[in-house]
Design a binder for this molecule. Sequence first.
Ligand SMILES: Cc1ncc(COP(=O)(O)O)c(C=O)c1O
Length: 384
Amino acid sequence: MISQRVKNIAPSATLAIDAKAKQLKKEGKDIVIFGAGEPDFNTPENIKQAAKKAIDNNVTRYTPVGGMPELKKAVADKFRSFNKISYDPSEIIIGCGGKHVLYNAMMAVLDKGDEAILPAPYWVSFEEMIKLAEAKPVFCDTGRDFKLTAENVEEKITKKTKLLILNSPSNPSGAIIEPSEIKKIAKLAVDNNFYVISDEVYEHFAYGNKEFLSIASLNDEIKKLTITCNSVSKTYAMTGWRIGYCGASKEVINAMENLQGHSTSNPSNIAQMAALEALTGPQDSVRLMVKAFDERRKFVHKRLNEIDGISCIEPEGAFYAFPNIEETGMNSMDFASRLLDEALVAVVPGAAFGKEGHVRLSYAASMHELEKGLDRIDNWIKKK
Ligand SMILES: Cc1ncc(COP(=O)(O)O)c(C=O)c1O
């Protein structure tokens, strides 16, 4: 009796591993969890206070469907100062998390029979969202370093191409697309007239001298075709608050708002007040978190490459490492499930992200946990 549409969705492998690991932990097992896609830090104090104040001031009613005007303005200001994109507040929508705005964006622009180019490895939900919109995902390999080039994209363009998905820094690989390639990709989109969804939720997590660039900042032509999606989840350790935001042409924003008006309506206004404080208040917590992630990134990269049978390119951004495990002789699913059962460490199989031969480790965990988990992986492989 369940609809074919929903039956076709693959369950989220990241959530499945996470659930199994948490269940084992609940049963008293000492599990090290490298599966989580969320910062291990708490939401900063000033943001929590803003939410408490909102409740005390009875900011507890419906807001406009697409979000509070003050928050839209703060988002437009942030797009202007950080991303160098000038969106009018009427070109902004606030949704219930980055996932929600991405879903609404795909529903707003994709039709049955359209093709959406999806660079692999990709975040698990992209593929399912494209399918839910009844379009066809066209996978595009990014080679050994996972860095998307314009050439990779060009090979996949057909008359049916309606959308390209960019996610830089990437989940799961941590790769950042080179600005020179972003410029060429923008030209391809304009010349071939397709939309670009740019998922920029990891924009602050770009390490070393790596440069993050928003494609919509390049010129007006690409800005009109780009749907810039983002959220406060990762940047401000606010995954549970469920506030995402998006900038796009008025036409796209109106379509998304229409859809949102008949599904979730406005996101929680208490969480919107918290997001307003996140975007307009002090930013030192972001800097501290990024610094801590950078230290962990260097450690994880070095330690993984010391383990026999594992090699890992240096992650440039986000908070994930995506090592190659081919030399262990196991496929990614076997590797992840045996590692959890036999060495009590949870990682996510690369197959879930459209890339066999790899697993994803989130280093959003304390140094102590990282050391413990990586030692366990090392010892487990040595015993094989
Ligand atoms: C690439 C990417 N985009 C979007 C999201 C959605 O984040 P949220 O819905 O919490 O804002 C995630 C979360 O894991 C992600 O990894």
